[in-house]
Design a protein around this ligand. Sequence first.
Ligand code: SAM
Length: 251
Amino acid sequence: MRIDIITIFPELVRHWFDQGVVGRALAKNDAPASLHYWNPRSYSDDRHQRVDDRPFGGGPGMVMQYEPLARTAAAINADGDKPLHIYLSPQGTTFNHELAAELARKPRIALWCGRYEGLDQRFIDEHIDAEISIGDFVLSGGEIAAAIIIDAVLRLIPGVLGDAASAAEDSFHHKLLDHPHYTRPENTAKIRAPEILLSGNHALIARWRLKQALGRTFLHRPDILNQLELSDAQQKLLNEFLTEQHLGEPS
Ligand code: SAM
C-alpha cells in the first residue's frame, strides 16, 4: 500500500514513524507499505513560498490557497495511479475501525493535512474524494490526524505487525473490546494474575479471554454489544461474567 501525505510540516508526520512497530515495518527492504511526503510550499509561485492568504469576506485566520494545492494534487496524480484523496477535517466522517479496514484495502490513499482555517473550498470541491475527522474537537493541523490514521490503517496490513495474529485480537476486530492482559511477575503486592492464565490449558484460557472480552464490552461499550447478535455460547459466557462480578444477568 502507498500513502501520500500532503503537509507544510512533513517532519511532524515523518518523525512519528521513525520508531515503533509501524516505523520498523516501513523501514524494511520489502516493506508492505510506503509513505510519500508532499509539501505544497514546493508548488507555490510566491517568492516566500507562501501557501495561505486572508479569507474573502474578512474574519480571523488564513486559508490555504487553491493554486499550490491544485498543483500538488496534479503532481501526485501524475506520480502513479490516482489515489483516493482524503482531507483530514473536523467536518468529516468520524474515523473508526471499519473505516481503517476499508482504507487498508485501498492500493493508494492521499491524506491532506490542513492548517490555519483549512483549505480553500474550491480545492475540496474539485479534488477531495472523502473527508475524515478523528473526533469532535478541533486541532491546529491535520498532521496528528494523519499520523493516527496511518498508524491504525498500517496495523491492519499483513506484514506490518510482528505477530500477524495481534491485530486480529485487538479491540473492535471481532466487534468486541480486547480481554485484559497480564505478564510477569505472577504476584504484585496486592494482586495475583488470574490463575487460569497460569494453568497452561489453552482451551480454558481462550474461553476465559472471550468471557472477559464480552464482559468488558458490556461494561464499557454497551452501545457496541447492543448491535451484536450473541450466540447462545457467548450469552452464557456473558451471564457467567456478570454473575462472577455480582452484576446480575442482562435483561
Ligand atoms: N476552520 C476549521 C473548522 O472549524 O472546521 C478548522 C481548521 S483547523 C484549525 C486546521 C486543520 O486541522 C484542518 O484543516 C484539518 O486538516 C485539521 N483538523 C482539525 N481538527 C481535526 C479533526 N478533528 N480531525 C481531522 N483533522 C482535523
